[in-house]
Design a protein around this ligand. Structure first.
Ligand code: FES
Ligand code: FES
Length: 158
C-alpha cells in the first residue's frame, strides 16, 4: 500500500494505507488519536474538527493522499502544546464555564473556537457575536449558550 507522511501534533508520522482513505479514519483507527469524533463523516456536523496548518478543517472529508509531508495536523490532543501549557486557555474556559454535557462534540467545538479566535486576530480584531453566529458545530445536548460564553472568556485569556 502507498505511504503517506504528515506532521501530527508536532511529530512526523507515516502511514501505509490506500490513497482514498479519509484522514479521520487514519487518525482514529490507524494512529489511535480519538479526540476528533466521528459524527456524520460528510463534513456537516463538525464533530471531527481539527486544525491543518493552523486553520480549522474536517478530517472526515480529506483523503489522506491530499496531505503533504509538511502539512501540520493538530487535534485536541496537540492543542495545549501549541501554547506550551498543560491546557490551552480555551480548554480552561471550557472548564470554568462547565460547558460539556455528554462531551462528544466538545473537542470539535474547542478546535473551532480556537480557529475562530485566530482568524479574528489575523484580521486585527477581537471575536464578535457575528463570528459566533457562523459556528456550525452541532451539539446534540444543546450546550450552545455555554459554548458562546466560554469562547468569549477563552479569547480574553490568550
Ligand atoms: S464527522 Fe466530520 S464533519 Fe461530521
Ligand atoms: S455535549 Fe453532548 S453532543 Fe455536545
Amino acid at each position: 500500500m502507498p505511504e503517506h507522511t504528515f506532521i501530527l501534533n508536532g511529530e512526523s508520522v507515516t502511514v501505509d494505507i490506500e490513497d482514498d482513505v479519509r484522514l479521520l479514519w487514519v487518525l482514529r483507527d490507524v494512529l489511535g488519536v480519538t479526540g476528533p469524533k466521528y459524527g456524520c463523516g460528510l463534513g456537516v456536523c463538525q464533530a471531527c474538527t481539527s486544525h491543518i496548518n493552523g486553520k480549522a478543517f474536517n478530517p472526515c472529508s480529506v483523503p489522506v493522499q491530499d496531505l503533504r509531508p509538511t502539512d501540520e495536523v493538530t487535534t485536541i490532543e496537540g492543542l495545549p502544546a501549541t501554547v506550551g501549557k498543560e491546557l490551552h486557555p480555551m480548554q480552561e474556559a471550557w472548564l470554568e464555564y462547565d460547558v460539556a454535557q455528554c462531551g462528544y462534540c466538545q473537542p470539535g467545538q474547542i478546535m473551532t473556537a480556537v480557529a475562530k479566535v485566530r482568524q479574528a486576530r489575523e484580521e486585527g480584531r477581537e471575536i464578535t457575536e457575528a463570528d459566533l453566529d457562523e459556528i456550525r458545530n452541532v451539539c446534540r445536548c444543546g450546550t450552545y449558550h455555554r459554548i458562546r460564553e466560554a469562547i468569549v472568556a477563552g479569547a480574553k485569556k490568550y
